[in-house]
Design a protein around this ligand. Sequence first.
Ligand code: FMN
Length: 511
Amino acid sequence: MAVTGKLVVNLHNLARFTNIAVPLLAGLFFVSGLRISFYFHFLSVGFLFLTILNAFYLYGQRGHSLLRNFGILGQGRYILESVGPELRQYLYSNDTEERPFNRNERAEVYRKAQNTNSASSFGSQKNFDSTEVKVRHSMFPIHKSELKHTHITFGEERGCANPYTLERPFIISGMSYGALGESAVRVFARGAKQARILMNTGEGGYPKYHLEEGCDLIFQIGTAKFGVRQSDGQLDDQKLRDLVANETVKMIEIKFSQGAKPGKGGLLPKEKITEEISELRGVPIGEDVVSPTSHAECTDIESAVRFIAHVQEVSQLPVGIKMCVGLSTEFREFVTEMKRQNVFPDWITVDGAEGGSGAAPKAFMDRVGIPLFPGLKRVNNILTELEARDRLKIVASGKLVGPGRQMIAFCLGADVIASARGFMLAAGCIQAMQCGNNTCPIGITTHDPNLQRGLDITLKANRVENYVNNLEHDLVELLCATGCRSIQELSFDHLYVPKDSTLHTYIINSK
Ligand SMILES: Cc1cc2nc3c(=O)[nH]c(=O)nc-3n(C[C@H](O)[C@H](O)[C@H](O)COP(=O)(O)O)c2cc1C
């Protein structure tokens, strides 16, 4: 006998049923309260409330069509949608699926930060098809003791009066005080000091807490020049001189653009503007703070190069620039102009379009700028072709949170790795994607003291240090496997770049 009755849920009918059942139950419990037991009135009050709410959704509002058609049942969709990210992260997404960082990538950072064993078993979950770039090893790996110590000295190329030597090739990438709360700034600053690496202030104005923690700093000058600004938006030379008088300010970075939003200025949502931030940045409370798209002093390539020279002159420190690669022809003209004026930044930070941000317009985050690896290759090639590669260092950033991608960046020409989200993860970030809302559940990108409370500064600073130690450990082993004695010996030839990888496609296209 054929089975004809299929069990299906017809949501429309279920909604109609709910809309009738809720007032009926309210009436039923009311009568039961009168006749059987007073306690039924608790239920009748609850259902009466639902009846009124349902009537409001169905007849009293026009903004939500779903609620107008389905009533209270329609709320189920909004509730499920709001907890969707958590459900997917905890239950449904597999280990290699989420973005920007999948569970495997996050777990690797957590293990490094917590000093736990990161050996894997059975096999890799990465692709071994024609899309993934791999590092080529040598038949004759070397021993650690054969490695050359590679300290990186910024400013040495132009004979800067105060060059800066970085012992380990890592920088905590710019994250402003504003995007970060006080506790997080202290975690990163203390961790940087313990790990003997540099921290970039981001474009957050006067670096009060960084200075209190005493780590070596790169002070970032963003397009709004928070902390070193005249009222017309131009650089205030005296403020910059006063700032660099602080001994721990070691270098200056001029931010031309950032991977997550190249061509767009910074954005600090009004929810995050406390009295203190308004003072440190010199901005009003209660309004979003939007930085201009470019520096007032830099209207074209020639003036941009002059501005670099000016900041070098005023600060007497190594001065670098940060940019995401867009038009390669423009970058070529930029380097040509540097040669013409004989002015070179002491480093270029190449930030990939995949980079993070506290807050950025979605269209910019998704669609503007060149990803790190092809961008880095382009910058390295152009500098080499124009015989300018030996005039400066290259810092690379953009999802370089594990040693594998970091090795690739070194092979593509990077001297130093910078990371923001790697260090956030090391401090316990769970990728809740709330950085711009002041609601970071871990207390990193928030000024809410109740949320910052969760961040134990001493413990998390130790995790930052562990993370650096373990990254260095893995990089040393990878370097030995290539047979190279220093990062500087790594080259493009140490990479296997298969034909369907984005890197390969870009190299072919850009010829
Ligand atoms: C919360 C947050 C705040 C940031 N603030 C700044 C900033 O003030 N200035 C800047 O140049 N970049 C800023 N960035 C970008 C990072 O410095 C970095 O370039 C980018 O995230 C790529 O590195 P990552 O992939 O390791 O995070 C910020 C990133 C994050 C996640």
